[in-house]
Design a protein around this ligand. Sequence first.
Ligand code: NAD
Length: 370
Amino acid sequence: MATRRKFLENIAISSIGVSLLSNPTSLLASPKEIYEGPMLRVAIMGLGSYGTRVAEAMQDCKKAKLVGVISGTPSKITDWQSKYGIPKKNCYNYENFDAIKDNDDIDAVYVITPNGLHCEQTIRVARAGKHVICEKPMGINAEEGQKMVDACKAANVKLLIGYRMHFEPKTVHVIQMRKDDKFGQPKFFQGQSGFVIGDPTQWRLDKELAGGGAMMDIGIYSINGARYILGEDPIWVTAQETKTDPVKFKEGVDETIQFQMGFPSGAVANCLSTYNMNNLDRFFMTGSKGWMEMKPSTGYGPIQGRTHKGELTQPHVTHQTLQMDGMAELIFNGKQPIVPVDGEEGVKDMKIIDAIFKAAKTGDKVEINI
Ligand code: NAD
């Protein structure tokens, strides 16, 4: 594969290459192989299940490349080195990764560790002068999120949050339909996000590391989705929590929360976030002129959906591949996706989560100013 790519790189600048490029039926001259622009060189921090998924997806990126790792497990580092050809000088652990500041071969670090570690790790990466891509939720509350935004600003590096749906073709199409007034005035959004979580000892059920329960992990998709489908930020929330298993879901770890959001236009959203029910990955919206439904709406895909105009037919592309190429374009050329993926966007979701937790605890309608 490497040899074939090298061959294609060479012919791209030769006269044969020019003739291949001018022939649209050429099987050889695929866009991946002729990309000559800047490459975002990324180190992944946290080589767990999602980090592995991102690494695999990045093998198909044309503008971003996996070049480094940060991990506390030496055997994972050597595995990834041999699998992805990562040089030793680009490998770090959680103690020494501040030294990445002296590594000119790394542009950005993708933080894919438990939520409760994101804030401190992001700030350290920013201080090392590298761009940060951080997984959702960006931290465990809005205060942490704001600290992360401030640290990245102070260090003059970009902070991007792993909102992969903002690059997903069917989602982008529906957002564009809303922007083009195809739905008229959006009136009502319904978001259902949940699954039955397994192993009770995992970090996702540890308040310190997760910052909560289902809401931080999966409910955030309904919050973010309501905002990008309706095109507004909420001004109030109400919420009701139910817990059927207080042993598995300890104090501060939410099992199921139903929540409602009100928007400046008068639109409302009614959502469910849970770690105790399956088959919940659905968005529905109705407006004054039309409607949309996506199910699955935020899983790894293929996403499926329809609107009053018919089925959504945009092709499935691995979300994380599109995301990382899109983020490279954002970092190098300032090209923004249809909905932002910056730290400020992450802070908005954190403020809403803070308000939902408060509403669930007090029973009050909680006003928010985002
Ligand atoms: P995981 O448990 O599979 O991986 C977490 C990694 O962090 C592991 O390699 C682990 O060794 C490492 N780690 C470092 N310090 C740790 C500590 N003190 N305790 C526990 N683990 C520690 O989790 P994951 O599913 O990869 O999730 C990681 C992050 O990615 C989370 O923030 C999660 O919300 C996010 N995520 C996002 C998506 C998405 O679709 N955008 C999907 C899954 C996970």
